[in-house]
Design a protein around this ligand. Structure first.
Ligand SMILES: NC(=O)C[C@H](N)C(=O)O
Length: 350
């Protein structure tokens, strides 16, 4: 008699970091993060019958605005340990305000095949139609799914699955705030099943930051009729700078000398402040154009938008990357270069 092979129950670890999904009224005015990760799970209908074993870790209880780079590095390390110990996937619940940055940093530091999924809520648990339970259930289903392996960090919200590399918070109050303007979602959660329509083509593995390294990476969006005084002052405090240029990467001509001087001293990355689309490299030739700025040593961000570019530059500097590695990293992450040119092998966890 042939025996039926047993399929192991997937095990998902949920790390709670706070955010609106965990906010209720406390002693003061307004809502603040008070609920534990266990409280969030207890509010999800249908979880008991989903056939998924769940563990919870109360990691932080903060608004998204007060999470730090160090929190995310510690989270990446803790998530990697859980996955190495046999978890099928990890879910992170946190404030939506910073998900587009934290999820991309997690993506850079996540080198394993298992899904690492970030979610949150736009309507807190005290409101009619709170979206936290549905988002958490969908995120857990994605984290448990073999279909979501090898995609890096994913953001699951309103039953859509987004790559952390492309997703942005596009609306301050709407429940459909998370959008990948350049690519669209990579898939959906439908009737509890994960359906990916496309796959994330290539990713970067960044070594963890050197302990105790503090780097200041500035973000400077250019504006109409800008003069260099604020940029000059900011440059004095930066180890690296991301410039959000107009359109395909243009700045007002009066900023060109300051940017040239800065690019001789620190890495300066040229991104676009426009919500979608890449920077170009060759088309325009006027002073302050992308072509002019690249000949002056600025690094093109390609399809990587300013907040993501700042995370990548800060992670690279914190890992003490060489200038040539920084340029290569941006050409790969920004979609302008070949992934095979990336020099760093996937590091092992200490
Ligand atoms: N929807 C949210 O989660 C916003 C919230 N203020 C946060 O902690 O980021």
């Amino acid at each position: 008699m042939s025996s039926t092979p047993t399929i192991a129950t997937p095990r998902v670890v949920v790390f709670g970091l706070g955010g609106t999904i965990a906010m209720t009224s406390g002693t003061g005015e307004g809502v603040s993060p008070t609920l534990s990760a266990r409280d969030l799970l207890d509010a999800v209908p249908g979880l008991a019958s989903a056939g998924i074993e769940i563990e919870v870790v109360d990691f932080r209880r903060r608004p998204g605005a007060s999470l730090t780079f160090a929190d995310v590095v510690a989270l990446a390390t803790a998530a990697t340990r859980e996955l190495a110990a046999g978890a099928s996937g990890v879910v992170v619940t946190q404030g939506t305000d910073t998900i587009e940055e934290t999820a991309y940093l997690l993506d850079l530091l996540h080198h394993r095949p298992e899904p690492l999924v970030v979610t949150g809520a736009m309507r807190n648990p005290t409101m009619a139609g709170a979206d936290g339970p549905a988002n958490l259930l969908a995120a857990i289903q994605v984290a448990a799914s073999p279909a979501a392996r090898d995609q890096g960090c994913l953001v699951v919200f309103a039953d859509e699955v987004h790559s952390a590399r492309w997703v942005a918070k596009t609306h301050s109050t709407s429940g459909a705030t998370f959008r990948s303007l350049d690519t669209g979602p990579i898939g959906y959660v439908l009737e509890g099943a994960v359906r990916l329509l496309t796959r994330v083509p290539h990713r970067l593995a960044i070594p963890a930051p050197h302990p105790g390294t503090r780097v200041n990476v500035g973000l400077y969006p250019v504006t109409l009729d800008d003069d260099p005084s604020l940029l000059d002052a900011m440059g004095l405090h930066c180890d690296g700078l991301v410039v959000g240029g107009f359109g395909v990467g243009h700045v007002p001509e009066p900023l060109v000398d300051t940017l040239t001087a800065l690019a001789g001293r620190i890495p300066v990355v040229l991104a676009s402040r426009t919500p979608a689309g890449p920077t170009l490299t060759r088309t325009y030739g006027f002073p302050g154009s992308e072509r002019d700025l690249l000949t002056r040593g600025l690094i093109p961000a390609g399809w990587l938008h300013p907040y993501k570019a700042r995370i990548l530059l800060r992670a690279l500097l914190a890992a003490q990357a060489k200038p040539t590695d920084i340029a290569t990293a941006f050409s790969v992450a920004g979609g302008l270069g070949e992934p095979s040119s990336w020099p760093w092998p996937t590091p092992t966890l200490p």
